[in-house]
Design a protein around this ligand. Structure first.
Ligand SMILES: [Fe+2]
Ligand SMILES: [Fe+2]
Length: 275
């Protein structure tokens, strides 16, 4: 079976240019820089997946802007771009501004075949919070979907990661119900999980399945800080190869000045924040 090569981007945190710029960084420029790198790769990816926190503010105009940018980049790269939602996203605004649908709180999840590989894209955001959870509807759908295996297996995309990190702060931001996910994918053809949210590369095993959280396209976080969230001006994305039934992830760093753009001291008793 032919290997399948694709790109995993996450946490683009885009707003309409000029609106409420986060840390004085231009997130649209950062996303375009990643696509410029992608165009220069010696191996062309089959598709691109962006795993949530698409926008910073989650307004309809932000999604219209993102859609225009992604349409342009998709036309240049010549491959599909799939997206999922994160805690910074708004389902109604996404449906209206990005999909051109009537606004609704309906969660956004789907599966798509890319050649022999099945991509399952879940919606872990809990509206109105920064928490991540898979609801009963998605878990039932997931189990049903995985009942028939795909020729090259399945990669599951979810914004909130499931593997512990070096950061006690960020460990409070993982998926709230990993056991439910484990039960839904047990015995299935899932060969890998891809996430974002924590804004640094974190790779481990989840019930024997490789799980990779990527750093943000928009910014990074210090994975070792114990008493603050240090937002860093860096960026990256993942090269992902599916070959012989395995998912192989190669993190790529983008040029950046690595400065701490913002530091947020955290009360250890109140660890929930805004990745
Ligand atoms: Fe994020
Ligand atoms: Fe997030």
């Amino acid at each position: 079976m032919e290997p399948i090569f694709f790109l995993h981007l996450t946490d683009t945190h885009i707003n309409v240019p000029g609106k409420n710029p986060l840390f004085q960084l231009d997130m649209t420029d950062k996303l375009r820089a990643v696509f410029a790198e992608a165009a220069k790769l010696a191996r062309k990816p089959a598709f691109v997946i962006i795993s949530g926190d698409l926008t910073q503010d989650g307004d309809v105009d932000d999604y219209r802007h993102l859609r225009a940018v992604l349409d342009e980049e998709q036309a240049k790269l010549g491959v599909p771009i799939h997206v999922s939602l994160g805690n910074h996203d708004s389902r109604p605004a996404f449906r209206e501004g990005f999909l051109g649908e009537a606004p609704s709180e309906q969660s956004y999840y789907y599966n798509v075949m890319e050649g022999d590989l099945r991509l399952v894209v879940l919606n872990t955001q809990v509206p109105g919070t920064n928490d991540g959870r898979l609801d009963a509807e998605q878990l039932a759908w997931l189990k049903d979907t995985l009942a028939v295996p795909a020729p090259a297996g399945t990669v599951v995309v979810l914004h909130h990661p499931v593997v512990k990190t070096p950061s006690a702060l960020m460990d409070t931001h993982l998926l709230d119900n990993p056991d439910d996910l484990a039960a839904a994918i047990a015995g299935s053809d899932v060969i890998g999980l891809l996430s974002g949210h924590i804004h640094f590369n974190s790779i481990g095993l989840f019930h024997g399945i490789p799980s990779a959280a990527g750093t943000g396209v928009a910014f990074g976080l210090d994975p070792t800080s114990t008493d603050s969230m240090k937002f860093i001006d860096n960026s990256g994305y993942n090269l992902v190869l599916v070959k012989e039934g395995r998912m192989i992830v190669t993190p790529q760093a983008m040029p950046g000045d690595q400065r701490v753009a913002f530091e947020w001291k955290i009360d250890p008793d109140k660890l929930h924040a805004h990745a």
